[in-house]
Design a protein around this ligand. Sequence first.
Ligand code: DGL
Length: 269
Amino acid sequence: MAVGIFDSGLGGLTVLEAAQARLPQVDFLYFGDSANAPYGVRDADDVHKLTRACVESLWARGCDLVILACNTASAAALRRMQEAGVPPGKRVLGVFVPLIEALTERRWGDNSPPREVAVKHVALFATPATVASRAFQRELAFRAIGVDVEAQACGGVVDAIEDGDMILAEALVRSHVDALKRKMPAPEAAILGCTHYPLMDRTFQTALGPDVKVFSQADLVAESLADYLARYPQMAGSGAPGYLTTGDPARVSDRATQFLRRQITFRAA
Ligand code: DGL
């Protein structure tokens, strides 16, 4: 049994890497649905159906706890899956809440009413599906009042990253930041609301300027996972770690090795 980490493709590796660094004693089974990536241009029903099938596959492989290391899946599928009920002893968690807790300076499980927070102007960069879902704004409204969120749907960035075309990805990030700044000239904080984007974090920070605090999910999710496993240690396991893909294992392994700068070998799911 190992903790399952799911993403549409390679983006969740940013979360996996942080989780491995924070929890070296825990085994992880990574699942990338590369054959169907990107999810960010699909409709919510489609994302829900694909996500559900992959999570069920991870549960069936002995992962009692699955992390949706994908904002698009978290936005479109998590609530539906939890409301439909998960099998006994299984859990699925998303990546929004740790990010929003950091932005609103709340502790895990703080269910007090929403209150004013220091940051008032927030730029959200995410996939078109995540932006359309408004899930981030909904979760934020449960915790904070008076925060102005301007969302920028970053079309094309995930495809470029999955294709390994980092020059195109950089050009697209710069143009999406420009578009955001036309709508909100002086954001105080920026949320990288897609797990692929930490691979471009320097480009985001440079384009946004040094005064903008860029929140990226990997470390925040790893910290929340550590907190969760300290409370529910039976959800962590040992054995059967690895990397699974619905895409071409050789191609996906090459890209992953390039991103993480260490040998990563995917097997066919
Ligand atoms: N990395 C994913 C996310 O966090 C999904 C990207 C995609 O497949 O479009 O949203």
